[in-house]
Design a protein around this ligand. Sequence first.
Ligand SMILES: Nc1ncnc2c1ncn2[C@@H]1O[C@H](COP(=O)(O)OP(=O)(O)OP(=O)(O)O)[C@@H](O)[C@H]1O
Length: 271
Amino acid sequence: MKVNEPLNSLYFTCRVEELAKDYGKVQAVRNISFDLVPGEVFGLLGPNGSGKSTILHILTGLLDANRGSVEVNGVCIKDKDSRQWIGFAPDDLPLPVSLTAVEYLNLHHRLRKRDDRKVAIRLAEALGLSGALGRSISSYSHGMKRKLQLIAAVMHSPDLLILDEPFRGLDPEASSVLRDLLRIFTGAGGSVLIATHDMLRAELDCDRVMILYNGEQAALGSPSALREAYGGLASLEDVFLQATKLDEFQVRRREQLRAALSFDQHGEELR
Ligand SMILES: Nc1ncnc2c1ncn2[C@@H]1O[C@H](COP(=O)(O)OP(=O)(O)OP(=O)(O)O)[C@@H](O)[C@H]1O
């Protein structure tokens, strides 16, 4: 289901058109199109294996699509110039643990050929990380690594911030810092693309979401418009379960669980 809502801009930070990606016989992403306008937080939701990371990796230039196109600020992402406008924080924290945080940020700075170290230092202060910048990344906690990745993703002042599961493993204080950062970033006209399994955060933080199912678009719209379009459902999670047919699966699985547990309770042998 697609809810057509007027976008509050004629300018698109990012345009994704009819994107498709196959891994051999697996069609991971099929005919996906969406636009991001300045100031928008856009969420990509979907069950495991629905194609979220594949889309993010195409947008960040880590993977080539089989079909379709992606433009950032009107420039095709195959043109390396487009990378200057993109900041990316991946989900799996691939940080070089043998470096200190300062060495890591300097590496980013040198790759980007822009003097963005002052921004990095100010961000580290705001995120409460400045006292630990000289320490080896191997001594960082999960939350500290996420903060360091965020600094590396935004220190060159990108227009499009791409975040894979940004809230995963963050404590309430770190989550609230991240939400502030997103609000200030989008308030200054940046666009944010988030892939997440966290329905509550998506409902609260995303202006629009796309729900993916088997690599295809199952629903697109603002959380409130989607709840309404699905018959006034109480939450985005309910919309997600219906759009991805997981509600039917859940009923079946509960029956199977009930049967399995009562089977065990009767003391019969497991075969
Ligand atoms: N390198 C790869 N080689 C082969 N198949 C892959 C590869 N990467 C992903 N896939 C397949 O592509 C499909 C989409 O995977 P993808 O990782 O994009 O999904 P996802 O929505 O990000 O999943 P998750 O929520 O579990 O992270 C899945 O069927 C997955 O098995």
